[in-house]
Design a protein around this ligand. Structure first.
Ligand code: SF4
Length: 736
């Protein structure tokens, strides 16, 4: 199946059925290999390369105009030509002119996303030129007449059996191509002949080195080097962002790119060419003659540097980071949704995976980005995977915000606009406003519970919610507690008179209104360990509106939370957070939403609940006051944000210390992701992602108590497993 234009439940169901297995198997393999290679090289060394690579990219994009000039001078000194194409049409025209002037009938290409972006193959085809993709994955999708499903592995969605069937149907083969080796050998021979006959070779460039005019090509098949050196005319097409200052800056990328992409130690081929290359052209009819029967006299080289929106992206504070991307695909591999549906859903005209939103918004426009932007749940698993530390979830959020603002308001939008307490413009989709204003619904729900729960669960109401708001009727809705955590806490007597620490327990919206039991357990545990605990009168962190791309609303909430909790910190309280996604807000997103000082204060003084309990125990608190495990089995799933922040081990360590036998899931994400799993078009995808977790716990669930740290994870596990999962703090709660 090729790229779907309409991302609805049917299209997703079809992709889950046809492409999901291939994508899952391949991306998970890449992830496992990546984790292993990082462990081998050492996370400290890996992080040093990431920082160096980021630094080089920041510097290169900052100095882009100067580097373009230096590149041009160097390439011209070497005897080549540089053309800076304003847009895709300009780039296509230039390459077509080169091909026409050469009277070329046949062109061979190595893998290049930039040529996909400018739709070069279609343009050359239309001119009557035979174009052959020589990367095996690209060759497969070319033969299948479909778009790539992954930046690095274009045919990742296809199984070996698929490719056998495809090749045997398309080619008159002498033998059955029923193994990977036979398929590869066939493609190598077939494409080798095309390379021999080609008049022009077209490559991309992973990096362009400004000081020497060289290009660096990273491949696993060696085909790029052949495309560049066998035909006497070589055209390299690269985005402007591919320029780095010099070969000295290449090192961190050479270390990182294959490790991040496919989990390889090093790329099979890293070719640094300074074209026009000196290699003599080859006369394949006289390959044994001196100089291979060819000559080096008539080589031609054209470097086409494509702008196509990149200079505007450079001037855009939020999209600029996209230009640091080295197209390794690690963000796609680490994304749970991508693992299930691949790039034919999670991608635009050209680019796929998490960073595709930035690329598509920059080079194509918001309309294309809108087609798949909602598939990013903001889980942030891609953040640590990215070798150049791009804040991919933030780019997705910003683009979502811009898409919301670009909508024309209808009559109902104008009505709603006056009724909801947010900062958004009329036209922001109703469903986004509903989820973004969940705190308001929660306040109302608690104030009128249990009636609110009964009404919301009634069949006609669910049907109306499904048709008006796209909330899938198969999902259980949260059940609001009449007594909120704050109300409960404010009615209690102070339990600790001489506290070892003073804690402001942050009452996130769910812990305050829905899952109050975990909040109460947290209060009792912290008090048992000698802390004074208060539950401040403070609103939502802004996570809900931010997840809907409602940045102004999130900013207003963040400022209010920053002010209230900052005041507690000033008075000597530590902030303890139950919900990992809210802690991630304080630690990461608040950097963009509140003043630097406020962010620093909250980031430095906020702790994940088990991180804090662990710290208390390490500093002498008496663990015997907590409920011990006595070898009881626990199956534990940590929240994705918790893992991104590196906080998962604290829960394991505390449970282990208290005598629980802990089995931890290695699933990237539960698939629920806040509002995502409620949405009708994403319900089945959400469940598909969750199935992986359910499978992992299926055997364990009979003998172990299933626990999870995040609101969404608890909801998802509740719908997938019986009995209902619990928050780990409830296990150790002495008052339970
Ligand atoms: S954003 Fe980062 S992880 Fe994703 S493709 Fe680009 S470099 Fe790789």
């Amino acid at each position: 199946m090729s790229k779907t234009d309409e991302l609805d439940a049917d299209a997703i169901r079809e992709l889950l059925r046809t492409e999901g297995d291939g994508i899952k198997e391949n991306t998970r393999h890449f992830n496992e290999e990546r984790y292993e290679r990082i462990e081998e090289v050492g996370s400290e060394t890996h992080e040093r390369y990431r920082s160096e690579a980021r630094q080089v990219k920041e510097d290169a994009i900052e100095r882009l105009p100067e580097l373009v000039e230096r590149t041009t001078a160097a390439v011209e000194d070497n005897g080549g030509t540089v053309y800076v194409a304003d847009d895709a049409a300009d780039a296509r025209r230039y390459v077509r002119d080169v091909v026409d002037e050469d009277d070329a009938e046949s062109v061979v290409k190595s893998k290049s996303m930039t040529t996909e972006e400018i739709e070069l193959n279609e343009a050359l085809d239309a001119s009557g030129v035979d174009v052959w993709e020589t990367d095996l994955g690209e060759f497969v999708v070319q033969i299948a007449e479909e778009g790539p499903s992954h930046i690095v592995g274009p045919s990742l969605h296809r199984t070996r059996e698929d490719v056998t069937e495809l090749f045997e149907r398309e080619f008159d083969t002498d033998e059955r191509l029923d193994t990977a080796e036979k398929l590869t050998a066939f493609a190598r021979d077939y494409l080798g002949e095309r390379i021999e006959d080609a008049d022009v070779g077209i490559t991309g460039a992973n990096f362009v080195l400004a000081d020497s005019g060289s290009i660096a090509l990273v491949t696993n098949e060696g085909n790029a080097r052949k495309c560049a050196s066998v035909p006497d005319t070589h055209v390299a097409v690269a985005g402007l962002e591919k320029i780095i200052p010099s070969v000295g800056d290449l090192h961190p990328f050479a270390e990182l790119i294959s490790r991040a992409a496919t989990g390889q130690h090093i790329p099979q081929y890293l070719s640094i060419l300074t074209p026009p290359v000196d290699t003599p052209t080859v006369d394949f009819d006289a390959p044994d003659e001196a100089g291979f029967g060819g000559s080096d006299a008539d080589r031609e080289f054209h470097l086409v540097l494509v702008d196509n929106g990149r200079r505007e992206m450079r001037d855009d504070d939020d999209l600029r980071e996209t230009l640091y991307c080295i197209r390794c695909g690690a963000c796609a591999n680490s994304c749970a949704n991508f693992q299930s549906v691949g790039g034919h859903a999670f991608g635009g005209e050209t680019y796929t995976g998490g960073i595709a939103t930035g690329w598509e918004a920059g080079v194509e426009g918001l309309d294309t980005a809108e087609e798949f932007n909602d598939l990013c749940t903001g889980c942030s698993r891609c953040v640590n995977a990215c070798p150049v530390k791009i804040d991919i979830p933030w780019i997705n959020t910003v683009v979502r915000d811009r898409i919301n603002r670009g909508k024309d308001p209808g009559f109902e939008d104008l009505l709603v606009d006056g009724l909801v307490p947010d900062e958004e413009t009329a036209g922001t989709p109703l469903r986004k406003r509903f989820f973004g204003n969940f705190e308001t619904a929660a306040k109302l729900g608690s104030a009128t519970a249990p009636l609110s729960n009964a009404v919301a669960s009634a069949g006609p109401v669910r049907a109306a919610m499904e048709s008006l708001l796209g909330i899938d009727a198969r999902r259980d809705l949260p059940s609001f507690e009449r007594t909120t955590l704050r109300d409960w806490a404010s009615d209690r007597e102070a339990a600790v008179t001489d506290p070892r620490r003073r804690v402001a327990l942050y009452p996130d919206v769910y812990t305050n209104h829905v899952q109050t039991s975990r909040g109460k357990a947290a209060v009792r545990v912290l008090e048992a360990l000698g802390c004074e605990v208060v539950v401040p009168d403070v609103g939502g962190s802004g996570r809900a509106p931010l997840s809907q791309g409602m940045i102004d609303t999130a900013e207003r909430k963040a400022e209010a939370v920053g002010e209230t909790l900052g005041d507690y910190v000033d008075r000597g309280y530590d902030v303890v957070v139950v919900e990992p996604s809210d802690l991630a807000m304080f630690d990461r997103e608040y950097e963009r939403l509140v003043d630097e000082d406020v962010h620093r204060t909250l980031s430095d003084n906020s702790f994940e609940l088990f991180e804090y309990v662990y710290g208390l125990l390490e500093n002498g608190a008496d663990e015997s006051v907590l409920t011990a495990g006595d070898g009881d089995g626990v199956a534990y799933h940590s929240h994705c944000q918790q893992r991104t922040l590196g906080l998962e081990p604290y829960t394991e360590a505390v449970l282990d210390r208290l005598g629980y036998d802990v089995l931890t899931s290695d699933v990237e994400c539960c698939g629920m992701a806040g509002s995502f799993g409620y949405k009708t078009e994403f319900y089945e995808l959400s469940m598909d992602v969750g199935e992986t977790l359910a499978d992992q716990f299926a055997d364990a669930a009979d003998e172990r108590t299933v626990v999870a740290s995040g609101t969404s994870c608890l909801e998802q596990l509740d719908s997938l497993l019986a009995p209902a999962p619990r928050h780990p703090i409830e296990l150790v709660d002495p008052g339970a």
